[in-house]
Write a protein of this length. Structure first.
Length: 111
């Protein structure tokens, strides 16, 4: 929750710009981790579902959403492959920390 790398940056700003003013109702944030994208998107949509495989992260997301008075964020404990949605914007966070074959920019290494 306190990682500056995950909590701020141009990537979060770009994601927020993609959603702001588009009239989207629902977003599924797969691999939400600490919820930093969810918090940003909750300001622009009616409903955000933060999904992760780690219950502790989801507990932290619920607590932080409450602290920020973001009542439109709910959480789901599930692997990304186990979630089926229709008519939703789906945002999936895959970071090098989650996949050692990716470099810092999310590109596959040569070896």
């Amino acid at each position: 929750m306190t990682s500056a790398v995950h909590a701020e940056g141009a990537d979060l700003e770009a994601i927020e710009r993609q959603v702001a003013g588009k009239g989207l109702r629902r977003v599924l944030d797969l691999g939400c981790g600490g919820g930093h994208v969810s918090y940003r998107l909750a300001l622009h949509v009616a409903e955000v579902v933060a999904c992760d495989v780690t219950r502790e992260m989801l507990d932290a997301v619920r607590q932080e959403a409450g602290r920020r008075s973001l009542t439109n964020i709910s959480t789901v404990h599930a692997p990304a492959g186990g979630v089926a949605v229709r008519g939703w914007l789906v945002r999936c966070g895959v970071l090098p920390v989650h996949d050692p074959s990716l470099d810092r920019r999310g590109r596959r290494g040569s070896g």
